[in-house]
Design a protein around this ligand. Structure first.
Ligand SMILES: C[S@@+](CC[C@H](N)C(=O)[O-])C[C@H]1O[C@@H](n2cnc3c(N)ncnc32)[C@H](O)[C@@H]1O
Length: 311
C-alpha cells in the first residue's frame, strides 16, 4: 500500500503515547549512532515518545496492513534492486542518490527495508526508521536472509531520537514523507542532515491525488475533483492510513525555510513495458500524467533555517 485512496481533508489532534517496545530506552535526542550500531539487527524502540493522533492511527494501520502488504508486493520489492516507486524505475537510471558507498543514510519510513538492504549491498551505512513495529519485524527477517546488518529504529519520523547532523542522505520511497506531516518531517530531515546532505523522496503526485476515481475500479479518471489549494492531509476510508501532500509552492517555501535547496523534481514516467504490483494508476494513465513525483533537495552548508512552517 504505497499510496491509498483518499476521502477527506481535515485537522489533526494529539493523543497520548502508546506503550510499545521491548528494548531498553535511551534518552531522547541523545542516542549515539555508535550505540545503535552495536545493537545492529535489534530494533530499538522509543515508547516514551508522544505520538500525534495521525502517527498513532498510521502506526495501527501499518501494523495491521503489514503482513498482507509484504506478501502482496514481495515479488516487486524483495530483490533489493534500488528501484523507485510503483513502476520500479532504477536508481541507476535516475541517479537521485549519487554515490552511496561509505555514506550514512537514513531511510525515513523504511517498511521492510528493501531499499536499505540494497544500499547496504552497495557499501552504504543505512539506518532504517519506521513507525510500525510489524514492518520492522519484516525488515529484520529480510535482512537476516540477505545477510546484511544495520540498525532499525522504531520511532516516528516527525521526531527521530537521533542527534543533529547524523546523515549524508535522508530518503524514502513512499515512506514517511507520504505518511507523516511535512510541516514536521521536513524540519526533522533538515535537522538530521549534515551540511550539503541530500533529502530525496518519492511520493504520489498532487495530480493523482486531485483527480476523481472511478467508483467501481478506484482507478484515476481524467477529471479533477479535489481542491488544489488546501492540499495537506487525507484520511483514507475505514481505518486506513492518513497521507499528506502539499501544493508545489508550499513545498518549496517549506524547503527554503528549513535551509533546503531544490535540485530537482522528477516527475516519474514509467517505461512502456513497466509492470507493477500496485494499483495506484493504470500504466496508460501514468504514461500520460505523473502519478509520482520525486523531490531532490539539498541542505545548505549554512545551517538550518529557523522556520518550519511557511505560514
Ligand atoms: C509504503 S511503506 C514504504 C516502505 C517501502 N519503501 C515500500 O515501498 O514498501 C510506508 C512506510 O511508512 C511508514 N510510516 C508511516 N508513517 C510513519 C512515520 N510517522 N514515521 C516513520 N515511518 C512511518 C509505515 O509504517 C510504512 O512502513
Amino acid at each position: 500500500m504505497r499510496p491509498c485512496s483518499l476521502t477527506e481533508v481535515g485537522e489533526h489532534a494529539s493523543a497520548p503515547a502508546p506503550a510499545l517496545g521491548t528494548t531498553p530506552l535511551l534518552p531522547l535526542h541523545q542516542t549515539p549512532l555508535a550505540l545503535m550500531s552495536r545493537r545492529a539487527s535489534g530494533i530499538l524502540s522509543f515508547s516514551g515518545m508522544s505520538l500525534s493522533h495521525d502517527a498513532q492511527r498510521n502506526r495501527n494501520a501499518w501494523d495491521r496492513f503489514s503482513d498482507e502488504y509484504q506478501a502482496e508486493h514481495a515479488s516487486q520489492l524483495n530483490d533489493y534492486a534500488c528501484v523507485w516507486g510503483i513502476w520500479n524505475v532504477p536508481e541507476d537510471e535516475l541517479n537521485v542518490l549519487g554515490e552511496v558507498a561509505g555514506k550514512d543514510i537514513l531511510e525515513f519510513g523504511c517498511g521492510a527495508a528493501q531499499w536499505s538492504i540494497g544500499l547496504a549491498r552497495r557499501g552504504a551505512h543505512p539506518v532504517g526508521v519506521d513507525n510500525s513495529a510489524r514492518q520492522l519485524e519484516h525488515a529484520r527477517h529480510l535482512m537476516k536472509g540477505a545477510n546484511v546488518d544495520f540498525p532499525l529504529l522504531h520511532a516516528n519520523a516527525e521526531s527521530v531520537p537521533l542527534p543533529d547532523a547524523s546523515f549524508d542522505i535522508v530518503f524514502c520511497d513512499h515512506g514517511a514523507m507520504s505518511f507523516a506531516d511535512p510541516y514536521k518531517t521536513v524540519p526533522e530531515a533538515a535537522r538530521l542532515l549534515r551540511g550539503g546532505g541530500l533529502l530525496a523522496f518519492n511520493m504520489t503526485s498532487p495530480l493523482r491525488m486531485l483527480v476523481a476515481e472511478n467508483p467501481r475500479t478506484e482507478q484515476p479518471t481524467t477529471e479533477l475533483e479535489r481542491t488544489y489549494f488546501n492540499l495537506h492531509r487525507f484520511v483514507a476510508e475505514d481505518e486506513g492510513a492518513v497521507t499528506f501532500q502539499l501544493p508545489y509552492g508550499e513545498w518549496i517555501r517549506l524547503f527554503r525555510l528549513n535551509g533546503l535547496v531544490v535540485e530537482d523534481l522528477i516527475e516519474v514516467q514509467p517505461s512502456e513495458a513497466a509492470t507493477s504490483t500496485y494499483d495506484v494508476a493504470p500504466l496508460e494513465w501514468a504514461r500520460r500524467w505523473p502519478a509520482e513525483i520525486l523531490w531532490k533537495v539539498r541542505r545548505s552548508e549554512r545551517g538550518v533555517g529557523a522556520g518550519a512552517h511557511p505560514k
